[in-house]
Design a binder for this molecule. Structure first.
Ligand code: ADP
Length: 406
């Protein structure tokens, strides 16, 4: 069974075609600059046992054209990996917001499409593009089942005291204002994976997962279920991120409007796009550049790194409080997988809860599954590359098989 995974963003589409027998990636790629005359497609494909790349520049005015180009590329005689679209058994879509409606993945039909549309208010920057990808597939791959896998779904198990804000309760009832959490598929993947790696059932484990990419979030996971996470109503809450500010006193917003004369929209942009590592350092949102600047004695870059790691450490310690201890901590995503210095700083002063990092193992763990704690460490600490597409593919397969009564 071959499953196509689509992740549709504001002007980009990421895709992966997975052969579920052996869970092998046949092809993956990134389309950028949708809506421009010089749209780009970076297509990677397996041919004759080798991974090859094909780059294309095309006019991609809209999502339909984009998805069509991806499908035509996948069935192309030279750089395709299937001979016909009938070889694609199903499509799995990453959908950012499922509100309170979706606690798990679901087969897409007109009711589900409407529910995703109803969540646009909660995720105006994401859900409309996810819907465009779904519509394009319905048109171009008609008759092939499509499944929605939500970023928020994994966190729907949070107890009420973790997701209700200290606001008038009426606002939750009227406008669904509450904490939702994001990066659910990633937190789910690495927690399931770490349980498999240590050979202990997830039902017996207390796990803290740290997804540190451009967006960053932490989750407290008990018996395989998310019981708290750092992102909230939107992905702005929680940790300091690449360009997002994370937690701040809400009064700062009114102060900015009054003192800087900013409009509400400008404040939203400032908090989402001009803050975080970028805003503090003044140089970049990219951790590689921050590390380079630190080498060149840029004190603001050093401060950005300190703040970034300090916030993570505070969350880890507080989630140990949520879980009444922790058995495992996992670092994942671009920074979590590749930056030993960040992992080491995040775990400093956590000896009180039984965290003891092995420096050598930590330094060697770059982009690969590894344990980075000492044998004697009460809490096992891991670096695990995330694989959100695999979770989407597995959920899609399960739903399609249940459709067929298999
Ligand atoms: P996204 O949230 O966009 O999926 P990623 O998970 O790719 O982001 O993470 C992007 C972040 O990871 C950037 O700050 C980038 O600098 C950092 N990163 C990625 N690879 C490396 C690396 N090899 N060394 C240091 N930092 C890295």
């Amino acid at each position: 069974m071959k499953i196509l995974i689509l992740n549709c963003g504001s002007s980009s589409i990421k895709y992966k075609l997975i052969e579920m027998i052996g869970e092998q990636t046949l092809s993956y790629g990134l389309m950028e600059r949708i809506g421009m005359h010089d749209g780009l497609l970076y297509h990677h494909f397996q041919k004759d046992g080798e991974l090859k790349e094909k780059k294309m520049v095309r006019e991609i005015p809209d999502y339909n054209t984009g998805v069509k180009l991806i499908i035509n590329t996948l069935i192309h005689s030279d750089y395709g990996v299937v001979s016909d679209t009938s070889e694609i058994s199903a499509v799995g879509h990453r959908v950012v917001h499922g509100g309170e409606k979706f606690a798990s993945s679901v087969l897409i039909n007109s009711d589900v499409r409407q529910d995703i549309r109803d969540c646009i208010e909660l995720a105006p920057l994401h859900n409309p593009h996810n819907l465009r990808g779904i519509k394009a597939c319905e048109m171009l791959l008609s008759g092939i089942p499509q499944v929605a896998v939500f970023d928020t779904a994994f966190h729907q198990t949070m107890p009420k005291w973790a997701y209700i804000y200290g606001l008038p309760y009426l606002l939750y009832q009227k406008y669904d204002i509450r904490r939702y959490g994001f990066h659910g598929t990633s937190h789910r993947y690495v927690s399931e994976r770490v349980s498999a790696l240590i050979g202990q059932p997830i039902e017996e484990l207390k796990i803290i997962t740290c997804h540190l990419g451009n967006g960053c979030s932490i989750a407290a996971i008990e018996k395989g279920k998310s019981v708290d996470t750092s992102m909230g109503f939107t992905p702005l809450e929680g940790l300091v991120m690449g360009t997002r500010c994370g937690n701040i006193d809400p009064t700062v917003v009114f102060h900015l409007i009054g003192r800087e004369g900013l409009s509400l929209g400008e404040v939203v942009t400032l908090l989402n796009k001009q803050s975080g590592l970028y805003g503090i350092s003044g140089v970049s949102n990219d951790m590689r550049e921050i590390l380079q600047e630190i080498k060149e004695n840029n004190s603001r870059a050093s401060l950005a790194l300190e703040i970034f790691c300090y916030q993570i450490r505070k969350y880890i310690a507080s989630y140990a409080g949520v879980l009444n201890g922790a058995d495992v901590i996992v670092f994942t995503a671009g920074i979590g997988e590749n930056v030993p210095l960040v992992r080491q700083k995040c775990c400093e002063k956590l000896a009180f809860m039984g965290v003891n990092i092995d420096e050598e193992k930590n330094d060697a763990a770059i982009g690969k599954e590894s344990i980075i704690s000492r044998q004697s460490s009460k809490v096992k600490v891991f670096c695990i590359p995330t694989n959100e597409e695999l979770i989407i593919a597995r959920d899609t397969k399960k739903i399609v098989q249940s459709l067929k009564g298999e």
